[in-house]
Design a binder for this molecule. Sequence first.
Ligand code: TYM
Length: 332
Amino acid sequence: MARVFSGIKPTGHLTLGNYLGAMRRWADVDQHRSDALFCIVDLHALTVDHDPARVRRLSRQGATLLLASGLDPELCTVFVQSHVGEHTRLSYVLECVATDGEMRRMIQYKEKSVRERARGGSVRLSLLTYPALMAADILAYGADEVPVGDDQTQHVELTRDLAVRFNQRYGHTFVVPRATPPAVAARVMNLQDPTSKMGKSDDSGPGIVYLLDEPDVVRKKVMRAVTDSGQDVVYDREARPGVANLLEILAACTGGNPAALGGVYESYGALKKDTAEAVVEVLRPVQARHKELCADPVYVEGVLRDGAEKARAMARPTVDAAYRAIGLLEPV
Ligand code: TYM
């Protein structure tokens, strides 16, 4: 059975992009057909300026939303990255296999380091080494598949390179994983700026639909989405990014095809209305389950405790093998 690993970073409230690009598939498909682990990657949230209380709150909320989105602890493992020491143990070893040049080439590093400097802050070293920790997350579990949105495929490519390099130099230790982005909604765009990704760490509230937005807030945001100067509804990501984004969201929510849906609408208004309702319907059960789970924090804590224990047992043999292979003396 394939092993699947994926994660989500508690740097902001989870968005429709996180849900359509990743979480929904984890619940609908991945947990049923594979041996899957899903992780709140809280250590990654410390790579940029952060508020400790907020990271803690968002980690708890993220875990609750993973369960609310349909992840079933009977079928998969849900846990928090910092609860399993193998991630940082392996990350260091991978830093000894990676080069600083390949870390500096990562688009996310370039974008975020520019943003941190523009805010007058300094760039944390951990932002540069972020991909080594992400590679450790994946390689520690021998994952074959990494279901992520488009923005993470470069990091998974680097993970592949590090796995191959380590295996060649020190003997076969790691499974070489591959990214599995979704066919539709691999990159949901900001509703106010459809040329940039809908990102949870961004500040532009009206362009971002959050998973816990009330239905009327969702409707307002979608109805106010920036569209393009044309009149006809056609799916063209280059020439009509605003309309294409709405068609992708609608297709992802209803199971349709964005290009085919383009032919169905005669006005932007009708497209927005249907998209808004489709999003509201997709979020409704997640929000209802989230409310129930918030009333039962002991259950969520239990899931995370059991998940960490299972994850630790799964990761330890591979991380121990990597330590031996790279030349570290076994503890006596
Ligand atoms: P993060 O927390 O930014 O996002 C979590 C998942 O949501 C996807 N995603 C999107 N998909 C479509 N459209 C969007 N607008 C959108 N925004 C986010 C992301 O692609 C991702 O799949 N580095 C990772 C977290 C991570 C990880 C890992 C993932 C750490 N270790 C190991 C997989 C395996 C990140 O920052 O995701």
